[in-house]
Write a protein that binds this ligand. Structure first.
Ligand code: SF4
Ligand code: SF4
Length: 243
């Protein structure tokens, strides 16, 4: 869950360049007055939670507007690295030693995430790629222009960029179902930085995107599991429905 004032500031900045639907603006800033429900859709084994403006009969959907937009790279809050990211990016930016890469190019991030419906709080601590050469730990979570973004809107370390860059604006987590099996869930994170959200009376237009992202989200969660299992990072879930 994001601070509504910060989201409002980010959306107001975004609105200088992009037209933001008033209902989407109100929803993201916590001002939407109608009921919001959760529509669950299972695609490729991932349970996607789609926020739904019930009174208006509208789903909140998303598509990426790159290359016309690269706002998530302009206002990147942090770049947590999985173990796989560390090996890949160290090589990409010219290090033969992972330890040296970690020492020079990363900082430690620690943050809490609450998914869109407020049920699961996840606390994570991971190594993060510095978004600017002299990034300080106190800047963790503050929007910064990523040093790898070039003037044309391309990422200088694509396709080796961190897993989180492939995922935005989705947030995902693992829950254990009634049978004791882990299941991956995903929803949107609303930071106010993405102009790609839109409203539609049907989810159909977003199905190709959900199919594409189900693979990315599954792979990312497996990479995070390997990262925490091998003590490159720590993750803790609190399910408020069970406490
Ligand atoms: S901010 Fe949203 S629309 Fe823009 S590039 Fe990032 S994900 Fe795509
Ligand atoms: S690493 Fe690349 S994709 Fe990720 S924030 Fe930086 S420029 Fe954007």
């Amino acid at each position: 869950m994001h601070d509504n004032n910060l989201v409002k500031d980010a959306l107001d900045l975004l609105a200088r360049k992009w037209k933001i639907d008033q209902k989407l603006y109100d929803f993201q800033t916590g001002k939407y007055e109608g009921a919001v429900s959760d529509t669950s859709v299972n695609v490729g084994g991932i349970t996607f939670h789609i926020p739904t403006l019930s009174k208006d009969g509208l789903y909140i959907l998303w598509k990426c507007l790159w290359p016309d937009c690269h706002n998530c790279c302009e206002r990147q809050g942090r770049l947590p690295l999985t173990k796989d990211d560390i090996g890949r990016i160290a090589k990409k930016v010219g290090y033969s030693s992972k330890a040296e890469f970690v020492r020079n190019e990363t900082t430690i991030s620690s943050w809490q995430e609450q998914e869109a419906f407020g049920n699961v709080i996840t606390t994570l601590s991971m190594l993060s790629l510095k978004r600017k050469k002299d990034e300080k730990p106190a800047e963790d979570g503050m929007p910064l222009r990523c040093r790898f973004l070039d003037d044309e809107g391309y990422c200088g370390i694509h396709p080796d960029k961190p897993g989180v860059c492939w995922l935005y604006p989705f947030a995902s987590w693992i829950e254990v179902d009634g049978m004791g099996h882990p299941a991956v869930h995903a929803t949107f994170q609303f930071t106010g930085d993405c102009p790609g959200f839109y409203l539609d009376g049907s989810i159909d237009s977003m199905m190709p995107v959900l199919r594409e992202y189900s693979t990315k989200i599954y792979n990312y969660n497996m990479a995070v599991s390997r990262t925490t299992r091998e003590s490159y990072g720590f993750v803790n879930f609190v399910d408020l429905r069970k406490s």
